[in-house]
Design a protein around this ligand. Structure first.
Ligand code: FAD
Ligand code: FO1
Length: 449
């Protein structure tokens, strides 16, 4: 049974027997998906078919063709897995407020299930759909191990405040997943909608080299297994060195929901890796990631400077008129045309590969604060580049990571200095103490168009 703490009612309409539809959005996977497991539970109870529908929108928060290719490749694999279990998958193109109600009517649905996502765009989609449907609608949090609403009922101050709340509840939620069953009440599959050519998606026109990450549920699981057997033990000392492949590289798979964070946590916990490495990794995977969902869910201003804590907004205001040693335009940032070879290398790698090492992301965002006329412009540029180019972008982790870097969200005050005020400062000499900066720069220069 799917725990009730994962399930929220989106309207007060009672469920009525009939086909159950799972509107898949954030958690794009057949395995380890509590929303899908719940939808199947209800369909079996109603002795009815189970349908999965995915609504493909043309422009999602600045995503380029690169991210759509990754996502659609994964969806094709998931659709095939589902059809093998007599659970037809249907891809619909267009706005959810039109496509979802129409699909519910077409299949004569008795109930709608969808997955939790704290982003404002998703909340708006659900609101629009709810306004024009007359079936019972429920939402299942299958992205957070401790469901976002259960972990805390308010915006948390920092990792240390949410950590104890999550740690307390983790034993109740970090459990193995049941398997999806071959659905005993098959529907007549209306065709997945993936066979026909799909609309083209925006392209950056920049030098974006080949796709370096293999998409899909199988590749996600292989990535996890390799990380556990080959790199997890070294995670604590390697994770902040961009020249070492020391982290899991799971973020694109987690972002598109091609692997469940709970599966990752479960396999890591069950592994024979050393306890300190497990703890260091689970701190990031569970505490940091679920803190990001908490920030985006409880703070509607997660992508503006109004989301910053009062102390941060005050200190940035005190230094609003400080002399900026360098000022760059959004285009100069996008084309990696600053004076700083390290920053340019990080940006060049980002546009070419859609990835950037976590340590450099902090430096990258903080320098945008330093080299723009205002925190508002810095935040807008950092979010725009992060969402356009990162394969794992357009994610609560991204909005929270940028807000941490530029606006001190979940961080504390540091010794005051120009432009940054008390926002934590980073510079290239600090990076040089951590890793071989020249080696990193060289490694990205072969991407220069
Ligand atoms: P690992 O170190 O292997 O961690 C495993 C997982 O834990 C990650 O996949 C991620 O889901 C989670 N995690 C790790 N670090 C963080 C963190 N600081 N905050 C939240 N969750 C974390 N992450 C994204 O998924 N998408 C983004 O767009 C994104 N933008 C960022 C922008 C900035 C300015 C900063 C400072 C951080 C950003 N992060 C983002 C968070 C973090 O840098 C990445 O999740 C991480 O580098 C991904 O690599 P990995 O999967 O190998 O991480
Ligand atoms: N979710 C959808 O339901 N439909 C889409 O068409 C869609 C496109 C998309 C493109 C890039 C990207 O990074 C994410 C996209 N998502 C889409 C959302 C994604 O599945 C995640 O739910 C959120 O981005 C993370 O919260």
């Amino acid at each position: 049974m799917v725990q009730s703490a994962r399930i929220s009612s989106l309207n007060a309409i009672p469920a009525r027997p009939g086909p159950v539809v799972y509107w898949m959005s954030r958690d794009q996977r057949a395995r380890d998906n509590w929303a899908l497991l719940y939808a199947q539970e209800k369909a079996v109870e109603f002795r009815a078919p189970l349908h999965v529908v995915f609504c493909l929108v043309p422009e999602f928060l600045g995503a380029l063709d690169r991210q759509y290719r990754f996502m659609l490749h994964g969806l094709r694999q998931t659709a095939a897995d589902l059809s093998g279990l007599h659970i037809p998958f249907r891809l619909e193109e267009g706005e959810p407020r039109e496509r979802i109600p129409a699909f519910l009517d077409r299949v004569g649905a008795g109930m709608l299930v969808t997955d939790f996502d704290p982003l404002k765009i998703k909340r708006a989609w659900k609101q629009q759909v709810l306004e024009s449907i007359t079936v019972c609608a429920r939402e299942v949090d299958t992205h957070n191990i401790v469901p976002c609403r259960a972990a805390s009922d308010k915006q948390e101050w920092a990792a240390y405040t949410i950590r104890k709340k999550i740690t307390l509840k983790l034993p109740d939620f970090l459990e193995p997943f049941p398997s999806l069953i071959d659905h005993p009440f098959p529907a007549d599959p209306a065709g997945a909608g993936l066979e026909r050519p799909l609309k083209a998606h925006p392209d950056s026109g920049m030098n974006t080299g080949g796709d370096i990450v293999v998409p899909g549920e199988a590749a996600a699981r292989a990535c996890l297994d390799t990380f556990i057997t080959e790199r997890l033990d070294g995670y604590p000392e390697n994770r902040n060195n961009p020249l070492i492949d020391g982290t899991s590289n799971l973020s694109p798979y987690l972002h598109f929901g091609q692997i469940a964070p709970q599966r990752v946590a479960w396999e890591v916990q069950q592994s024979r890796a050393n306890p300190a490495a497990k703890e260091a990794f689970l701190e990031e995977l569970i505490v940091r990631r679920e803190l990001a969902d908490n920030y985006c869910w409880y703070n509607r201003e997660y992508d503006t400077v109004n989301g910053f804590p009062d102390w941060a907004r005050a200190t940035l205001a005190d230094h609003r008129h400080d002399q900026r040693e360098y000022i760059y335009s959004p285009e100069q940032f996008e084309r990696a045309q600053t004076h700083d070879a390290l920053w340019n290398a990080a940006q060049t790698g980002l546009t070419a590969t859609g990835t950037m090492h976590g340590y450099l992301r902090m430096y990258w965002a903080k320098k945008i604060l330093e080299w723009t006329p205002s925190p508002e412009e810095a935040l807008a540029i950092a979010i725009s580049l992060n969402d356009r180019y990162q394969l794992d972008g357009r994610d609560p982790n991204g909005y929270t990571g940028v807000a941490w870097s530029i606006g001190g969200v979940h961080d504390r005050a540091w010794p005051e200095r120009s432009v940054f005020g008390k926002i934590r400062f980073m510079n290239a000499s600090g990076c040089r103490r951590k890793f071989d900066v020249d080696g990193y720069i060289d490694s990205k220069m072969n991407y220069r168009g």
